[in-house]
Design a protein around this ligand. Sequence first.
Ligand code: ADP
Length: 380
Amino acid sequence: MNILIINCGSSSIKYRLVRAGRFQSLVSGIVENIGTDKARIINEHKGGKRQYRASLPDYESAIQKISELLSDPEAGAIKDKSEIFAVGHRVVHGGEEFKSAVIIDKYVLSRISFYSRLAPLHNPPAVNGIKAAMKIFPDIPQAAVFDTAFHQTMPSEAYVYALPYDYYRRYGIRRYGFHGTSHRYVANTAAARLKKPLTRLKLITCHLGNGCSITAVRNGISVDTSMGFTPLEGLVMGTRCGDLDPALVGYIMEKEKLSIEQISQILNSKSGLLGISGISNDMRDLITAAEEGEERARLAIDIFIYRVKKYIGAYLAVMDGADAVVLTAGIGENFPQMRTRLKRELKNLLQGTPVMTIATNEEKLIAQDTFELVRVAGKR
Ligand code: ADP
């Protein structure tokens, strides 16, 4: 039984076909620049990796093309789309409504669309992708797996901002948190590695990629997380500033004569590692530059690690200790100096608590959730 995972961005679609059971990958790839004359597909299977150019004006034509590539005889994966058991979609925002993955019907689709007001860059492409997939695979059940769902267990003291309470009621302004699928995946994996039930562990999971967030996971549930109403809050990221004095927003707007869109662009796309270093948002470039003596590259790395350290300290306080700290995603998995420094600089606080590196695999969890949901619902 095969599960297709679809992850729609603003002009791209990542996809992966996996076999239920061990969830090994059969075919995967990315369609880029949809709706432009530069549309291309990079498709990979056991026969190798190939790039195609195609005319793909919209998500429907892109998913149609994906469907054809999945049943390409060269891939040796499936004969036709009837061999796909279910489709799992990654959806960023499920508001307060979706606390776990769900099977998509008309109502669910309308609600994902409704939450576009909370995630204007992310939910609309997901809605387009779901609609297109429902057309191309009309008889195959589809599920939505939300980035926000895992954090719906946070207590109100962690998610309510100290703003007029009415804003929460009127506009849904609160901490939602993101990267939930990744935090949940590495928390499960850490428990297996520690050979203890997840329900009896306190874990601090650090997802450090282009976007970065850190979560306090107590007894298997998220009790606090660093990203907030949007993915801008918390840690220093590739191009996002993370925590700031909120008074700075108006101050910079006035000094630099900026509009709301312009300041938002600066905080989201020109800050973080890129903003501090003036060199790059990519940690690998900064490591090289720092080794070559670039002071601001060194400073960017130091601030990045310092912020992670502060949050680990905060979450040790939130949970009154931890059984493990987990590092994951591009930087977490591949930057050993980070782990060494955290272990050294938090020696007294961690008191022998392991700092583990675990490769994240959000797609595997999306596939598992989709498979379980569809099986339990008896949709197949
Ligand atoms: P995304 O959040 O887009 O999925 P990734 O998890 O791939 O991102 O993480 C991207 C980040 O990981 C980049 O900053 C990149 O520099 C960093 N990274 C990847 N490999 C290494 C490495 N060997 N050492 C340090 N950083 C790395």
